[in-house]
Design a protein around this ligand. Structure first.
Ligand code: A2P
Length: 318
């Protein structure tokens, strides 16, 4: 299977199973089936609310000898209400307990946004902590400490823009090894790819299929449906593959990790098989023209009225 290589030689399988929006009740079977199908990378997060169930599926898979812990790559993410340095280790320990693991392969700061400890999602500006009061570097230093303790093998970030990555590269003891961001043909982010290549930071593409199952509050009217994009369906038809496989194959060809979410065994199999797809330079040229800088996850839920956060500042796109 294709992999991304980290500085210490560790290999991350390039296609992982996404678990955002995978309901408790469905994700247990999905993870067990994924492992049976050959997935060796599962992308998790505390906020997805399903880590305990994923943990049960992992434990049973290890016990049955379907796979060993060392053969799996497990990522999770620190939620925004635990950015205070003293809260980072307890949050990680909680995730490890739920996942029934001794260590994570990769732990990410989920968003460059801080919330008060008692808050899960912000409803008012009082729920939030401005970054001037709780700088990301402080949270990052606590992430470095988790690495030193062996509770995770790699640390990184998610939803960071270039200037925030640059700041960590300049100021931190250890640079982030991963930035997990939304990436697909409607949001290609070539500047981010160039920057990350130059700094040897890996990228993971989330919402690679356009996340049509995301909550209604995150959707907008008449949004373009990536899986129905004619250029993508035409390429799929030419190769005798599915539109999802074109999208996943494209991400793999750009050497970004990619985490399509599915709880359906047939689609999980189809998605994993996309690793072997080879798009032509003509296909790639056509896909390049689709870029319209369209986010499916806009981050506007952080920009509640009076919030210290704005969408423009989040993405560095004033
Ligand atoms: P399901 O879980 O029922 O398979 P994203 O990874 O961009 O968040 O997209 C996830 C959405 O795409 C889910 O609704 C998921 O549904 C669907 N999906 C996953 N794999 C495929 C596929 N191969 N073809 C069509 N839809 C898919």
């Amino acid at each position: 299977m294709n992999t991304l290589k980290f500085e210490n030689g560790d290999l991350m399988p390039i296609i992982g199973l996404g678990t955002w929006k995978s309901e408790p009740g469905a994700v247990y079977n999905a993870v067990k089936e994924a492992i049976r199908l050959g997935y060796r990378h599962i992308d998790c997060a505390f906020i997805y609310g399903n880590e305990a169930e994923i943990g049960r599926a992992l434990k049973e898979s290890f016990e049955k000898g379907m796979v060993s812990r060392e053969q799996m790559w497990i990522t999770s993410k620190l939620w925004s209400n635990s950015h205070n340095p003293a809260d980072v280790e307890p949050a990680l320990m909680n995730t490890l307990a739920d996942l029934q693991l001794d260590y994570l392969d990769l732990y990410l700061i989920h968003w460059p946004v801080a919330l008060k400890k008692s808050v899960v999602f912000p409803e008012s500006p009082q729920d939030m902590i401005a970054l001037v009061d709780l700088p990301l570097l402080k949270t990052w230093t606590a992430m470095e400490a988790q690495l030193d303790k062996g509770l995770c093998r790699h640390i990184g970030v998610s939803n960071f823009n270039i200037s925030r990555l640059q700041a960590l590269c300049n100021d931190a003891r250890l640079k982030p090894e991963m930035n997990q961001i939304e990436l697909h043909p409607y949001l290609q982010q070539p500047g981010m790819l160039d920057f990350c290549r130059s700094q040897e930071i890996h990228l993971t593409a989330y919402s690679p299929l356009g996340s049509q199952d995301r909550p209604p509050g995150l959707k907008t009217a008449n949004e373009p449906v990536l899986l129905e994009e004619p250029v993508i369906t035409d390429i799929a038809g030419r190769h005798g593959i599915t539109p999802a496989q074109v999208l996943i194959g494209w991400a793999v060809q750009r050497e970004t990790a990619v985490i399509p979410k599915s709880v359906n065994p047939g689609r999980m199999k189809e998605n994993l098989a996309a690793a072997g797809i080879s798009l032509t330079s003509e296909d790639l040229r056509e896909i390049e023209k689709l870029d319209r800088h369209r986010r499916y996850v806009s981050g506007d839920f952080w920009a509640v009225e009076g919030s210290p956060y704005t969408v423009a500042d989040l993405w560095g796109e004033k």
